[in-house]
Write a protein that binds this ligand. Structure first.
Ligand SMILES: [Zn+2]
Length: 114
């Protein structure tokens, strides 16, 4: 299991990432209730295109935020650092680059191919 110092630095990274994701979501107008658009503008094609782009981005940010919060919950437990699919340890270099990673690199590659 990772040392306390490693866990602390991972936690700091995850918390920073969480703040950054939350700030980006707030900037896009995403609050607790989800995206809040004025329906009167919904039929303008430009707005629709922008909304499509925003929704894709918001979806990506929300997924990232969920991963970060999930990792923060697991951090310090036996489950942290283990792949959620095959239960093998995730390579430390991968965790340093992506502390919120749920899957080892092999499983992540397999699920990206699906
Ligand atoms: Zn795996």
């Amino acid at each position: 299991m990772a040392s306390d110092a490693t866990i602390q630095s991972l936690r700091a990274m995850l918390e920073e990432e969480r703040e950054s994701l939350r700030a980006q979501l707030a900037e896009l107008g995403y609050g607790a209730k989800g995206l809040d658009y004025d329906p009167n503008f919904a039929d303008s094609s430009q707005v629709t295109a922008e909304r499509g782009e925003n929704e894709a981005l918001v979806q990506k940010l929300v997924t990232g935020l969920q991963d970060v919060e999930h990792a923060l919950e697991k951090l310090g437990t036996d489950r942290y650092g283990l792949c959620e699919r095959c239960n093998q340890p995730i390579a430390p270099a991968r965790l340093e680059a992506r502390p919120e990673a749920r899957l080892c690199i092999d499983c992540a590659a397999a699920s990206a191919r699906r």
